[in-house]
Design a protein around this ligand. Structure first.
Ligand code: ADP
Ligand code: MG
Ligand code: MG
Length: 902
């Protein structure tokens, strides 16, 4: 930064010198004010002090050299242009001092209007406005209020109280009923408040007002709420804010003046039309503050037709120029329209798709751009069921949409009660001030979680997202009283047993049960809505963009599915194969008995009997899946978890045996079981006898599975179908493990397949760090690699997911040790590096080695981009995430391969 602190470094840009691409330097607001100025739109003249000046100020605690002089020069130029001087007693130039960072941080930083007013110039302002004393004193009291609060940290309520006092004395609720004398009196009251809190008089020097305001905007970057907001939204902490100094225009000059906000399309649905609010005789901050009721923007047509028409034509121009939905702030001063802000507007997930589709139709953007403008997180949101909010439901509170979904249920305040009621089959919402690891059972039992404190990285939010559970956090309008088992909100009391509904996407909380409706987007993916024949703009847009994504992506998308039903569903969602078919469930249910026999077998004969009994059952499972996938690749993972997971838990078994012994029953069998469980008990099951280790220790287990897979494939092919099995060995860390399994498997396959046209590939998971690091050797024995990034993450970091998410992840996120859970999005620096090494060395040793990933990262948007970049062949994820992965794989391709159609 030191190099920039020289006299000739440029810290101030006139609006005519900037443009919309300079957001890093000028902030979003400044860059767009410059852009509008250069488009010839009516923007009040002004200049922008750069984010670099702010960074320098924050680093050193003082304004960088040269800044004061540059501000002076720009101020002089502004005064010349306007023919007024800042604070001139006869005809003052007034300015606003506005924050504006690269990323919009709504309500986080401050703005001061009417800078330049003092005891003299307020009189000049009134005279210039046609002896409009009321207007001048209204502007002055606003300055003292905003300046006091923002620059000098005077508590805002004190000003509010004084204003209420004057209104009460006058017998009115409307600030428009206050006349010039009332406002003059209010200015006196405000000055006293100012002096009381700051120990000094309100500054009368205009230039001092300006400099203090600029400095306050710099400092607002590090205000606590701004810091918290940035952490939550993952905005870098070192960007700093720009400061815009803008000639004031006045919406509070009388009924022919006013101020408003507008969107060029509906940010909720994307529909075209006129969306906005207008407030006559007011300054800008009144609209947001909700001091008086606004009227719909359409009413402006009646109030001021020519400004209205001009506004609409400017909005159309902005849309065409930005090729996107814009939101704007404007002010009308005595029939003259001024533009005060524009930016590409925020929108809902549905609107994002609809607008992208519309803009393609309008020829403003192409399909690559449309694809770039939507994302998998939005698509995922659209796949959750939604509340049907027609009329009677109004939110009583709004918190942070911490984990999406729509949940209704009975209110409970403790984990224990949640578990109790859930056991009775009730749907419950766990309401807490905040959650902690003790609430885990309650969170699992609940349909949704509502907290009055904490943000997107709070314990509740992190754990709920990990569980895929609906969660609204930080709904601070709710006052939770756990001991009394009730909460109050909006003057109402809600007790245990009452029903509420929470929307984890919007963060809204409703009283009562809001009906839920299925997602149209899911109905479309499932094939029950035909995009060509229904008049649903969202479904049509999703269809169009998905089709384009499929055409562009290089990554194939497979699914994780263990049953024919899952496989069928995933195919409808667009899965091109199964990347992970777990065989564990094939050992559960009424097959437990066989597993027990397998484990308890004393002699080889007993074990072989159990395995022989399991074989046809497994074969039938595989046949069903192969038939469903009809020739698409199916990667079957040989059994992975430790065998004792299929037996009753140790404690329970011990109690049963003790009780039975007490009663004098014959417990020989249970005792044997108990002994076996004791024998197999592990301190660290995650790192114990599982995966390939199990296969090498229990004779015949893997052989049985391999035989079942091969026989199923042959059976399907003999019946005229197609089957493409890939056998995957879990938890391999050394090539010798894989070679041993392979040697036995190849013999079985050759014997089963004979001369039928069935090919069975053998490959391995890469989920132990050693496997990634010796991938060149392992590739000699593997036809494919599938990265098991869940285990790889656990073993690379040395923590087990089940233990850590509830225990300390929230704290790590709070401290910024990771920005996002490494189980949610792949840790590219560490775990990702292992993937990269294994992919490169594996392919070097065996060109054409097939590479994929299974594990939930396969459906995570950021991770999909990483896997694309590393050059994997496919990702595999749960059926529901398949569309998300398709979309993101398409976006990754468009972003890295450029926009040429391939
Ligand atoms: P925010 O980023 O919180 O919207 P702004 O800097 O946009 O803050 O300003 C707050 C309000 O003051 C807005 O309504 C804006 O339109 C209004 N405003 C800002 N500068 C001026 C100005 N020079 N003349 C009139 N109104 C202004
Ligand atoms: Mg604004
Ligand atoms: Mg694993």
């Amino acid at each position: 930064m030191a190099a920039q602190e020289t006299d000739d470094h440029k810290y101030v840009y006139d609006f005519s010198e900037g443009n919309k691409d300079l957001k890093d330097l000028l902030g979003g607001k400044g860059a767009n004010l410059a852009e509008m100025t250069n488009l010839g739109l009516p923007v009040p003249p002004g200049f922008t002090i750069t984010t670099e000046a702010c960074q320098a100020y924050l680093a050193t605690g003082r304004e960088p050299d040269g800044l004061a002089g540059q501000i002076e020069a720009h101020l002089r130029a502004l005064e010349r242009e306007m023919g007024k001087r800042l604070g001139d007693p006869g005809d003052p130039l007034l300015v606003s001092v506005r924050s504006g960072a690269k990323f919009s941080m709504p309500g986080m930083m401050e703005t001061v209007l009417n800078v330049g007013l003092n005891d003299q110039s307020v009189v000049g302002l009134a005279a210039q406005a046609g002896q409009n004393d009321r207007f001048a004193w209204d502007s002055y009291r606003r300055l003292i209020q905003m300046f006091g609060k923002t620059v000098c940290e005077v508590p805002g309520e004190e000003f509010e109280h004084a204003l209420d006092e004057v209104k009460r004395a006058k017998g009115t609720h409307n600030d428009l009923d206050l006349d010039a004398d009332d406002l003059r009196g209010l200015v006196d009251a405000y000055k006293k408040i100012f002096a009381k809190h700051t120990g000094r008089e309100f500054p009368q020097q205009p230039r001092e007002q300006l400099d203090l305001a600029i400095r306050a905007v710099f400092e607002s970057w590090n205000a606590e709420r701004a810091v918290l907001y940035r952490r939550q939204e993952r905005i870098p902490a070192d960007l700093g804010t720009a400061v815009n100094v803008v000639t004031m225009v006045f919406g509070n000059l009388g009924p022919d003046s006013g101020t408003g906000v507008a969107f060029t399309r509906d940010p909720g649905s994307g529909a075209q039309g006129i969306y906005g609010d207008y407030l006559a005789n007011a300054q800008g901050e009144d609209v947001v503050a909700g001091i008086r009721n606004t009227v719909p923007l359409q009413d402006l047509e009646r109030l001021d037709k020519s400004s209205y028409d001009e506004l609409l034509s400017i909005m159309a121009r902005l849309e065409e120029h930005y090729r996107d939905l814009c939101d704007i702030e404007f002010t009308i001063e005595r029939g003259k329209l001024w533009m005060l802000q524009t930016r590409v507007g925020k929108r809902t997930a549905a609107a994002a798709f609809v607008i992208a589709g519309q803009l393609v139709d309008e020829g403003l953007i192409d399909l690559n751009e449309a694809l770039h403008r939507v994302n998998g997180a939005q698509l995922a949101q659209l796949m959750f069921p939604r509340f049907q909010l027609d009329h009677e439901f109004e939110a009583v509170a709004t918190g942070i949409g911490a984990s999406p979904g729509a949940a209704s249920g009975t209110v409970v305040f403790t984990s224990a009660r949640a578990v109790e009621l859930a056991a009775e089959g009730k749907s419950v919402i766990l309401v807490r001030r905040e959650t902690n690891p003790d609430d885990l059972n309650g969170m699992i039992a609940a349909q949704g979680i509502l907290t009055s404190r904490g943000g997107k990285t709070s314990h509740a939010a992190v754990v709920a997202r990990g569980m895929g559970k609906t969660c609204v956090s930080g709904a601070d309008e709710i006052d939770v009283n756990v001991p009394a088992k009730r909460f109050t909100v909006a003057g109402r009391t809600v007790g245990e047993g009452d029903v509420i509904s929470i929307d984890g996407t919007t963060g809204k909380v409703y009283l009562g049960e809001v009906p839920v409706m299925p997602s149209e987007v899911v109905q479309y993916f499932e094939g029950s809505l035909d995009p060509e024949h229904i008049d649903n703009p969202l479904v049509r847009a999703v269809h169009r963009i998905m089709t384009h994504a499929d055409g562009r992506r290089r990554l194939a998308v497979r699914t994780n599915a263990d049953t024919g039903a899952d496989a069928a569903r995933a195919r409808r969602f667009g899965a091109e194969g199964i990347g992970l078919c777990r065989t564990e469930h094939m050992f559960l249910g009424d097959r437990r008995e066989l597993v027990e026999r397998l484990i308890l077998a004393r002699a080889e004969g007993e074990r072989d009997e159990a395995l022989a009994a399991l074989l046809p059952l497994q074969r039938a499972d595989f046949e069903e899946i192969f038939r469903e996938m009809d020739g698409l690749p199916v990667t079957v993972r040989l059994i992975d978890p430790p065998l004792h997971e299929f037996l009753p838990p140790l404690e329970q078994l011990a109690v049963n045996v003790a009780v039975a012994q007490e009663r004098g029953e014959d417990v020989a069998k249970e005792e044997a079981l108990l002994a076996a469980v004791r024998r197999m008990h592990e301190e660290n099951p995650m790192l114990g006898l599982r995966g390939v280790r199990l296969g090498l220790v229990i004779p015949g287990l893997f052989a049985m599975q391999v035989r079942a897979i091969a026989e199923a494939a042959v059976a399907v092919v003999r019946a005229g179908g197609r089957a493409c099995p890939e056998i995957m060995v879990p938890l391999v860390g050394a090539v010798q493990e894989l070679e041993t399994v392979r040697a036995e498997a190849e013999k079985i396959i050759a014997e089963v397949v004979g001369d039928s046209a069935v090919e069975v590939l053998i490959g391995t998971m890469i989920e132990v760090p050693r496997a990634a690091l010796t991938a060149g050797q392992i590739a000699e024995a593997a036809e494919f690699f599938s990265f098991g990034t869940n285990d790889l993450t656990q073993m690379a970091w040395g923590f087990s997911r089940d233990d850590v998410e509830g225990a300390f992840f929230w704290r790590y996120l709070e401290l910024g040790i990771f920005g996002i859970s490494p189980f949610e999005s792949i840790d590219t620096d560490g775990v990702g590096r292992l993937v990269r090494i294994a992919a490169e060395e594996g392919r070097a040793a065996r060109p054409g080695l097939k590479l994929g990933v299974c594990g939930e990262h396969g459906g995570d948007p950021d991770s999909v981009h990483f896997f694309h970049e590393v050059g994997l062949d496919y990702v595999s994820c749960s059926p529901f995430r398949v569309p998300v992965a398709r979309l993101e794989a398409g976006r990754a391709a468009v972003e890295t391969d450029g926009s040429d159609s391939r």
